[in-house]
Design a protein around this ligand. Structure first.
Ligand SMILES: [Ca+2]
Ligand SMILES: [Ca+2]
Length: 93
């Protein structure tokens, strides 16, 4: 689980990336291979690039993060799930 100040940073980055508000541009930053799903690895790589991933975070942490948004529990975050994550107020986490 990311600490709250990093969640806020993430939210700030989303709103910067996502100027027209549909979440698609932000989604593409995370969906590195363009298959329409964000995997645990992609999430970790994208967060590292954004400077939001701590090296001491384990693989379990990115699974936990996926789990926060993975409403259909398939182990990936799809665009619909991602949109919920971007548009909702992340401070509740
Ligand atoms: Ca992908
Ligand atoms: Ca899912």
């Amino acid at each position: 689980m990311l600490p709250p100040h990093k969640i806020q940073e993430l939210h700030r980055i989303f709103s910067k990336l996502d100027k027209n508000g549909d979440g698609l541009r932000a989604f593409k930053v995370f969906d590195l291979d363009g298959d329409g799903f964000i995997s645990c690895e992609e999430l970790q790589i994208a967060l590292s690039r954004l400077g939001l991933w701590d090296e001491h975070c384990s693989g379990q942490d990115c699974k936990d993060m996926i789990g926060m948004f993975d409403t259909n529990s398939d182990g990936f975050v799809d665009f619909e799930e991602f949109k919920d994550m971007v548009l909702n107020d992340l401070s509740i986490y």
